[in-house]
Design a protein around this ligand. Structure first.
Ligand code: NAP
Length: 494
């Protein structure tokens, strides 16, 4: 580690500090260890590990990507009980992964990163955390983009006297039995918990702004015999993983290259809706008017059936006002409610939250990202040496497993860190030209995709720019991340 002023020299220092203990942070830690790099910490702001699968604990929470694929390639799990594992199994997997991969001694729970600034002379990051300061040569952000709940601004909401919570902050202590509940939002989270809670409620008012495209989820239990096979024959695990990968991956042809192909899928989705929703007026409300895939396609088996229950109303004319014990819907009808559950998604533009990151020459992350985070390969930023993001901008997916993208990114970051060790490099910083040209190409590629076909979605920022999704096959991302391209970086030496 480079020389530091006396005051900084007294601070705890590490070669790498990783932020977040979800799949991304754990993957980075695991790969560092495999590479023989042991001087690292994983900071977790909460009291337990697990990232998104610990935080999201709403009823019915499950992954809509098959679990045999949505797991580390280097820690395959033959014990999944279902094709699409429920949240508690995914959380148990991440905790076990941290233990089995020897990451527990590296974890610092209840330690939030508040701010960090790059010290150019020292070639290191100075971190201010809720448990004091520390120094790291490399800083790796693995906190994901879907961490900060987004709440709607509704007239009168502050006057509401009942219970309110966001799907990501589910209050399990609040007994929903017999309650009248308004649910706002019909995205990936809502469609999972609405079928779970509806049978308990006296009344469920579902406020839908935009109907989602819905297809059945081909879920099933994994039999004991299949688990035995997967446990004893690694080839069967790899084959099943590969099968799931290919089944998902081909869909990029429709998402990215030929959105017109989505019409065939739309017919299937409409037939599925027709089968479960006999009422033509309800079908009209539930029929999307945008190309399938422009927003995330939702996979669920019991949502439409739930909407036909006598205690469920689908309200698609908005919310006029919230009062102390009621909601006035868009038609002016007052509907008494005991609770409001927000299933209104996440604030991507605030994904890095209140984190103050100051790069070279005091460059502030908020300033550098005024038009959005234009990262190079979703990973590095000009002006921020030795700083890396896992699953950063334009690496999200609408069609396959994010774990594949995380592993691709981690492989690239690991090579950068190894290179600084081998060549005694003080800092690596991506060239501004490289990042600019890379992002120009990404935005160009996005033009023909279904995601940029005109609907409003959280994939686009407030200026309509898509800084969320990877416009390509996932193996194309793996290919560009395979080898660290040092020629696109400024290397500074001691
Ligand atoms: P979301 O997909 O962003 O859905 C938010 C919902 O709230 C949308 O229906 C949106 O309507 C509505 N909404 C937002 N603001 C509103 C307002 N002011 N008034 C009325 N309605 C409003 O959020 P999410 O369901 O939490 O899911 C977020 C992401 O998390 C997903 O897309 C997915 O990537 C991930 N997720 C994954 C899984 C999984 O199984 N892998 C499960 C859950 C979540 P509009 O469509 O009109 O904006």
């Amino acid at each position: 580690m480079p020389q530091q002023p006396a005051e900084a020299a007294a601070l705890p220092r590490h070669e790498v500090i990783i932020i977040g203990s979800g799949f991304a942070g754990l993957c980075m830690g695991a790969r560092l260890k495999q590479a023989g790099i042991h001087d690292f910490l994983i900071l977790e702001k909460d009291k337990e590990i697990g990232g998104t699968w610990r935080v999201n604990q709403y009823p019915g929470c499950a992954c809509d990507v098959p679990s045999h694929l949505y797991s580390f390639s280097f820690l395959q799990n033959p014990e999944w009980t279902r094709k699409y594992a429920p949240q508690r199994e995914l959380l148990a997997y991440t905790v076990k992964a941290a233990q089995d991969l020897g990451l527990m001694p590296h974890l610092r729970l209840d330690t939030a990163l508040l701010s960090a600034e790059y010290d150019e002379a020292a070639g290191a990051w100075r971190l201010h955390t809720s448990r004091g300061e520390m120094i790291a040569k490399h800083l790796v952000a693995g906190m994901g983009a879907l961490g900060r709940p987004k709440l709607p601004t509704l007239p009168g909401l502050e006057s509401f006297q009942g219970k309110t919570f966001h799907s990501q902050q589910w209050d399990h202590g609040y007994d929903l039995q017999g309650k009248r509940v308004a649910v706002i939002g019909t995205g990936a989270s809502a469609i999972q918990f609405v079928p779970e809670i509806a049978p308990k409620l006296a009344q469920l008012d579902l406020y839908q702004r935009t109907p989602p495209w819905i297809l059945p989820r081909p879920d099933r239990a994994i039999s004991d015999a299949e688990r035995w096979l997967l446990r004893h024959f690694s080839i069967s695990r790899w084959a099943y993983r590969a099968l799931n990968y290919v089944r998902n991956e081909w869909r990029y042809i429709a998402f990215g290259k030929q959105p017109a192909l989505m019409r065939a899928m739309q017919k299937l989705a409409l037939a599925y809706m027709h089968k479960h929703i006999p009422d033509p007026e309800l079908r009209r409300k539930l029929t999307p008017d945008y190309t399938m895939g422009c927003k995330r396609i939702l996979l669920v088996n019991d949502y439409y059936q739930t909407l036909t229950r006598s205690n469920v109303a689908v309200l698609s004319n908005g919310i006029r006002e919230v009062r102390a014990h009621s909601v006035i819907d868009g038609d002016g009808q007052e509907r008494a409610v005991d609770a409001i559950i927000f299933a209104t998604g996440f604030d991507l533009e605030q994904a890095l939250g209140p984190l103050e990151l100051k790069g070279r020459s005091g460059l502030c992350l908020q300033q550098a990202s005024r038009d959005g985070l234009d990262a190079y390969k979703g990973t590095t930023l000009p002006g921020f040496p030795n700083f890396y993001m896992i699953a950063g901008p334009n690496t999200g997916l609408g069609h396959n497993s994010m774990i594949y993208m995380i592993e691709s990114g981690v492989n690239y970051i690991l090579q950068a860190i190894q290179m600084t060790r081998l060549q005694r490099i003080k800092s690596l910083e991506v060239k501004a030209d490289a990042a600019g040209e890379y992002n120009r190409q990404i935005q160009q590629k996005l033009k023909g995709t279904v995601w940029n076909s005109g609907c409003k979605s959280w994939y686009l920022n407030s200026r309509g720019k898509n800084l969320t999704l990877w416009p390509g096959f996932t193996f194309e991302y793996r290919r560009i991340m395979k080898k660290f391209d040092a020629d696109q970086y400024h290397a500074r030496f001691d």
